[in-house]
Design a protein around this ligand. Sequence first.
Ligand code: FES
Length: 100
Amino acid sequence: MNRRASPVTRHPSRDDPIVCRCEEVTLSEVVRAIREGYDTLEELKRKLRVGMGPCQGRTCLPLLARILSRETGRPLDEVMEEISIRPPLIPTPFDLWRGR
Ligand code: FES
C-alpha cells in the first residue's frame, strides 16, 4: 500500500499505536511482519520503511529494536547492534557540503 498517495493521515489508537511516525507504521504491522519471518532490523526497514523517514529512525529504531527483542526473545543488546548509523546525524544544508 502506498501511504503517501492517500491524503488521509492514519490515526493511532490505544490498541495499535504508531511505532514510526514518519512512515506511519503501527505496532500491529511490525508484529505481523516479525511473525511472517522478517526478524532483523534491516529486513523490517526494507519491508515497512520504518526508520527511512525524515528523522532517519532517531525515534522509531530504538522502539523497533525493543519490539523485535520482545517478539523474538533475542537480547536487546544483540538487536541494537544491527542498527547502523550513517552520517549526517542531523539534517544538514547542501551548501555545507559544497564548502560555502
Ligand atoms: S519516526 Fe521512523 S523514520 Fe522517523
